[in-house]
Design a protein around this ligand. Structure first.
Ligand SMILES: NC(=O)C1=CN([C@@H]2O[C@H](COP(=O)(O)OP(=O)(O)OC[C@H]3O[C@@H](n4cnc5c(N)ncnc54)[C@H](OP(=O)(O)O)[C@@H]3O)[C@@H](O)[C@H]2O)C=CC1
Ligand SMILES: O=C(O)CCC(=O)C(=O)O
Length: 478
């Protein structure tokens, strides 16, 4: 059995215990045993990041840029192998896993270039003989708490900007996906980044994550995951006035108008709702369909779903892999029962199925005749389950789309420029999609939402500077 250690202060350290990493497509396949830090080891990592900060934050930006570029190049060169590991431990298909590994590589390369573009401003003063400079400085030690559903892209879009802007990092991946995190740490350990600047601290959220929340040396905390853990992070950070950023749930609407291209709409809905096994905060879990196209939409969606192959994530012909673990599967299946009890019509799927290997397989579930008040239309399920909600007209569809506590991504399928333009302006979401799925984003532009989906500055792209730097205004009297 391969054993994988934590990377702390430039050394590989065994943990207090180990965590078995199991393949959700085949429960007999143990990927490896990964170190689990206790609170004392988390403290050592925080101390190392704290000690490394002064030199790293004031160090040569060419060296910083070169290191990030080297990390990105290695990830890209090895994206097939890394994508395979990702799919093996998380369960998304091999094509999705390789795509995500490539995205992670590109993110490091993007921020390698951003290092050289850190900007300030020089302004005239209202007082004679005074100079004003506005500069950005790194925040300090950044604590990263990442989820399991994007095991490489999300850590990359937090680690790369943190390092690029001169911060040091303590990184806690989700327990379900330590393999991808370890592979990234291994690559970072060979990049020339000094000891202590980046630390991998695998371990339990309630132990390691909680240390990051509570320790005053962790000056900023970036989190992606559930709303309940996000609340805990927020309260802990507020209590000691630490900077924080949260990316949490979604209940993303995809509006389909009567004038939509049916094929475009059904493909956007099926891919957005069910690809990556629906385990995306951007998934199209509410499909709001105008009434004239409604019957044709349901039939075409049912036909497209019937053609999808559910199976082992690493099989070449699989369209949808397994659910990530038993508790997520139980949660999904319990929502199938809730939907039936609420009076929704199960058009397709929603069943636990068996395959050649023992994994967490279920068929993607499409509920029709839903309304927006049902629990299946309001609560984030985080699995391959979607509600179709009929709408009277565009205005009604927009009102339904915005009637949610979340506001991450929102989409519309239409051939009307007027409605597309109106929707882009009035959708209450951080990201709006026209004639494409609500999920699937570029790596160089802002990512994030409104309402209960997100808190704090946007992630990704040049906008990441808002979280990973702090602004200083300097006055110099002549
Ligand atoms: N919007 C999104 O991108 C995501 C949303 N979710 C939602 O969350 C639900 C549950 O998924 P889950 O993975 O358990 O999400 P969590 O919010 O529990 O986990 C996200 C991260 O937070 C860590 N964590 C857990 N408890 C604490 C704590 N007390 N203090 C600090 N960190 C903590 C986890 O560590 P550990 O893994 O060790 O528990 C993990 O690294 C899903 O069903 C889904 O609805 C989940 C993942 C992503
Ligand atoms: O849709 C995407 O490409 C990103 C989604 C995501 O980051 C998430 O589900 O957490």
């Amino acid at each position: 059995m391969s054993q994988f250690a934590n990377y702390i202060n430039g050394e590989w350290l065994q943990g207090a215990s180990v965590n078995k990493n199991i393949n959700p497509s085949d429960l007999s396949d143990v990927i490896g045993e990964y170190a689990q830090a206790d609170a004392a080891q988390a403290d050592i990592a925080i101390a190392a990041a704290h000690a490394a900060f002064p030199a790293w934050s004031t160090g040569n930006i060419q060296a910083r840029s070169d290191a990030l570029d080297k990390i990105g190049s290695e990830i890209l060169a090895r994206k097939e192998e890394l994508g395979r590991l990702l799919s093996r431990e998380e369960g998304k298909t091999l094509a999705e896993g390789i795509g995500e590994a490539g995205r992670a590589g590109n993110i490091f390369k993007f921020f390698a270039a951003e290092v050289l573009r850190i900007q300030g401003q020089k302004l005239a003063s209202v007082r004679p003989g005074m100079d004003i400079e506005i500069t950005r400085e790194p925040v300090g030690v950044v604590g990263i708490i990442a989820p399991w559903n994007f095991p490489m892209a999300i850590p990359a879009w937090k680690i790369a900007p943190a390092l690029a802007y001169g911060n040091t990092v303590v990184f806690k991946p989700a327990e379900l996906v330590p393999g991808s995190a370890w592979a990234i740490a291994d690559i970072i350990s060979r990049s020339g980044i000094p000891a202590g600047v980046f630390n991998l601290v695998m371990g339990r959220g309630s132990v390691v994550g909680q240390r990051f929340i509570d320790d005053r040396r962790v000056t900023a905390l970036t989190f992606t995951g559930s709303v309940s853990t996000g609340n805990r992070v927020a309260q802990g950070c507020i209590a000691r006035m630490a900077k924080f950023q949260l990316e949490m749930g979604g209940k993303n609407p995809l509006v389909v108008l009567n004038d939509a291209d049916l094929n475009v709409a059904v493909t956007a809905a099926v891919q957005g709702a069910f690809f990556s096994t629906g385990q995306r905060c951007t998934a199209s879990s509410r499909i709001i369909v105008e009434k004239d196209i409604y019957p044709r939409f349901i039939e075409a969606a049912r036909a497209q779903l019937a053609g999808l192959k559910i199976g082992h994530a690493l099989s070449a012909d699989t369209n949808i892999g397994p659910v990530v673990d038993q508790s997520q599967l139980d949660q999904n299946l319990s929502y199938i029962e809730i939907g039936k009890q609420e009076g929704a019509s199960l058009v397709s799927g929603g069943e636990r199925i068996k395959r050649d290997t023992d994994g967490f397989y279920m068929t993607p579930a499409l509920f029709a005749d839903c309304n927006n008040d049902m629990r299946i239309s309001r609560e984030e399920i985080f699995g391959p389950v979607a509600s179709v909600i009929p709408a009277d007209n565009y205005e009604h569809a927009l009102q339904l789309a915005n009637d949610t506590e979340f506001g991450l991504s929102s989409g519309i399928c239409t051939t009307s420029l007027k409605h597309a333009t109106h929707f882009k302006r009035h959708a209450q979401a951080g990201m709006v999609m026209v004639n494409t799925a609500t999920a699937g984003v570029d790596y160089h532009v802002p990512f994030g939402g409104r309402k209960a989906s997100s808190y704090g500055p946007r992630e990704q792209g040049a906008y990441a500077a808002e979280f990973y730097t702090t602004v200083k205004t300097s006055y110099t009297a002549a």
